[in-house]
Design a protein around this ligand. Structure first.
Ligand code: PHE
Length: 340
């Protein structure tokens, strides 16, 4: 009996199992009810009484050993399994790849565009690399004038100046040069400014600028258009406020605030307890700009406005750090996957 146990013990040590079938064979041969170990337990009855404790212990050790061998090869084989055999399991459901979602900046840009489309503004686009005339000179920034420092510029070439556009007003210059009024257009696009990157500013951002030129366009038209926009964008109860400002290309100029959509105007940390949020610049197109673009400033007037898409998106989605829009962190972007 003891010899038999020793032999089995040796066999277990040398055993190698390489497939599921071999594993099952092993189980049948050693561990099943008709297996070798079970035979030993049957034989045990015939062992002399005084030998029983020692033999019993040997059988138990052997049984554990066999079970260990089985467990060891089982986990070995199932890990091979997941790497090779599963690839060929044709019954497995398909792993759908993630189809992605619109970026929050695209969502907000589209929303702004849709709002103005509904009242007849058409989209115009133009180059990101522009000459000085379209970015500055035509827009009434005199050469060497300090107003040019309002928008820190990335120059590509000096003399003649070629730069990355600092605003999409340059597109509107191109439209006025090539079309006759009435003109009603919005220019969405990327713009570039040489600014330090922070939670509130970036050297690349997106704008939507608008322009309306026709006979008898008045400041009241501007105000009403922007009120309509604010209500569509932030909700029917939204109020607007215009504060006097300065831009070389508009006269008079204003900056527009909307009542804080988070606290409803009562004051909170987003609006810094003022109840108002600044969202855009606007004004009546300076007659010099119309003249520079070949439009008769005696006959026509116009209004213009411009806003940063990131700024609107930050307010809409309560994003506190503008850099998140550019980092492409999936955890951030996935939050917008349901929105269209
Ligand atoms: N172009 C201005 C800017 O980028 C915005 C603006 C557009 C202001 C039209 C007034 C009128 O800051």
């Amino acid at each position: 009996m003891k010899e038999k146990i020793e032999i089995l013990k040796q066999q277990l040590k040398d055993i190698k199992i390489e497939s599921k079938d071999q594993l099952e064979d092993f189980r049948l041969q050693y561990l099943s009810k008709k297996g070798k170990l079970q035979d030993l337990f049957a034989d045990f009855k015939t062992v002399a009484k005084e030998d029983k404790p020692a033999v019993g212990q040997m059988i138990n050790v052997l049984k554990n050993q066999a079970q260990d061998v089985y467990n060891h090869f089982k986990s070995d084989i199932s890990s091979q399994d997941s790497s090779s055999e599963k690839e060929f399991d044709l019954t497995r459901p398909v792993n759908f790849s993630h189809i992605g979602a619109r970026h929050p900046i695209s969502l907000v840009r589209k929303e702004i565009i849709d709002i103005f489309n509904r009242i007849g503004f058409v989209i115009s686009e133009g180059p990101e690399v522009e000459d000085d005339f379209h970015v500055f000179t035509a827009l009434n920034f005199p050469e060497e004038h300090p107003a040019r420092d309002m928008q820190d510029t990335f120059f590509i070439e000096k003399d003649p100046d070629i730069a990355l556009r600092t605003h999409t007003s340059s597109v509107q210059v191109r439209i006025m040069e090539s079309q006759k009024p009435p003109i009603r257009t919005i220019s969405p696009g990327r713009v570039f400014r040489n600014e330090a990157i922070s939670a509130r500013a970036h050297c690349i951002f997106h704008q939507v600028e608008g322009l309306y030129v026709d006979k008898n366009v008045s400041f009241a038209d501007l105000k009403q258009t922007l009120l309509y926009f604010a209500k569509e964008m932030f909700g029917e109860e939204t109020k607007i406020r215009l504060r006097p400002s300065y831009f070389p290309f508009t006269e008079p100029s204003a900056e527009m605030d909307v009542s804080c959509n988070i606290c409803g105007g009562k004051g909170c940390n987003v609006c810094k307890y003022t109840g108002w949020l600044e969202i855009l610049g606007c004004g009546m197109v300076d007659p010099n700009v119309l003249t520079n673009c070949g439009i008769d400033a005696e006959e026509y007037t116009g209004f213009a406005f411009g806003m940063g898409v990131e700024r609107i998106a930050m307010l809409k989605y309560q994003v506190k750090d503008l850099r998140l829009f550019f980092e492409n962190d999936k955890r951030f972007l996935d939050q917008f996957s349901g929105a269209y």
